[in-house]
Design a protein around this ligand. Structure first.
Ligand code: PGA
Length: 312
């Protein structure tokens, strides 16, 4: 009698266990097929390794989709073992091919612009959701070329920042003064205006996860979550071959850090020669590279220089 009861109990336990493992198996299978169907979600854009310098390439209007894939094939082996986090802001038609080609190398792909509306009659424009579904993880917003050549206002950039966050894209907000503004001593005023208007009402995942301060939101695997980055790009340094001096970079980054406690990048004529000095400045968590990112060899060299900085 006793033996029968024990057997009965064991059988019940066994059935429950089988049911449990069967459920685990089903859930795993569903997850596997879901991920297999949407490969871009394999890398969650917000879970980036902390304390690793960020190196962003901005190709501007360069490279066909085929050129872009060849570039990724050329750069992937050069980046093996390099600690920097690599981002590529590519033209719209290259987003999907680059996202697919870059999956193995861990490179994140993004766009150089987007519209603030979710959809609508805006001929020639692209929405955040479209970028996300094409494979983008981030988007450059407020680049000085967009502000100067396409008349983008602070208010429009602000709306785009809000939309990008809503669409789960990391905005890389670009700010910076003109040479005239610098000469008139207006640098801080301009940076403050651009940052405060673009970030009005934005709930940053930071400040405690900002790279320059001590992050408190570390997860068990050493990852930290943040949702926005700022690139300080003095207008006069973009595409001119004249980057800001290390002292200017440090000063402007300290200003930006006050108003935006998020990862900060420097952009403006970064190249293989000056990258080490720029990244070593306080409050510089990474670089945004235009012209010099077009060559896989030069861009990889910049990434290698930057990877030597241990962010605190
Ligand atoms: P540059 O461009 O490196 O060619 O100066 C930087 C940028 O526009 O983001």
């Amino acid at each position: 009698m006793i033996v029968t009861e024990i057997r009965y109990f064991d059988r019940k336990k066994l059935t429950a266990e089988i049911r449990f493992y069967f459920r685990v198996l089903c859930v795993s299978a569903v997850k596997f097929f879901h991920l297999a169907k949407s490969p871009f979600e394999l890398v969650h854009c917000r879970e980036l390794m902390s304390k690793r310098p960020i190196v962003v390439g901005n190709w501007k209007m360069h490279k066909t989709a085929l050129d872009a894939v060849h570039y990724v094939e050329a750069i992937t082996p050069l980046l093996q073992g390099v600690e920097s986090q690599i981002f590529l802001a590519v033209p719209f038609p290259s987003i999907t091919p680059v996202a697919q080609a870059a999956r193995k190398g861990g490179i994140l792909v993004g766009a150089q612009n987007m519209h603030d509306a979710p959809e609508g009659a805006f001929t020639g424009e692209v929405s955040g959701l479209m970028l996300k579904s094409a494979g983008a993880s981030f988007v450059l917003l407020g680049h000085s070329e967009r502000r100067a050549l396409f008349g983008e206002s602070d208010a429009f950039i602000h709306r785009k920042v809000l939309r990008a966050l809503q669409d789960d894209l990391i905005p890389i907000l670009c700010v910076g003064e003109t040479w005239e503004e610098r000469e008139e001593g207006l640098t801080e005023k301009v940076l403050h205006r651009q940052l405060s208007s673009a970030l009005a009402g934005v709930a940053l995942d930071t400040p405690d996860s900002a790279m320059g301060s001590e992050p408190r939101k570390f997860q068990a695997d050493g990852r930290v979550r943040y949702n926005l980055m700022v690139a300080y790009e003095p207008v006069w340094a973009i595409g001119t071959g004249k980057s800001a001096t290390p002292a200017m970079v440090a000063e402007a980054h300290a200003m930006c850090r006050k108003y935006a406690p998020v990862p900060l990048l420097y952009g403006g004529s970064v190249n293989g020669e000056n990258a080490s000095q720029i990244i070593s400045q306080k409050n510089v968590d990474g670089v945004l590279v235009g012209g010099a990112s077009l060559s896989p060899q030069t861009f990889a060299q910049i990434a290698i220089h930057c990877s030597k900085k241990v962010l605190s």
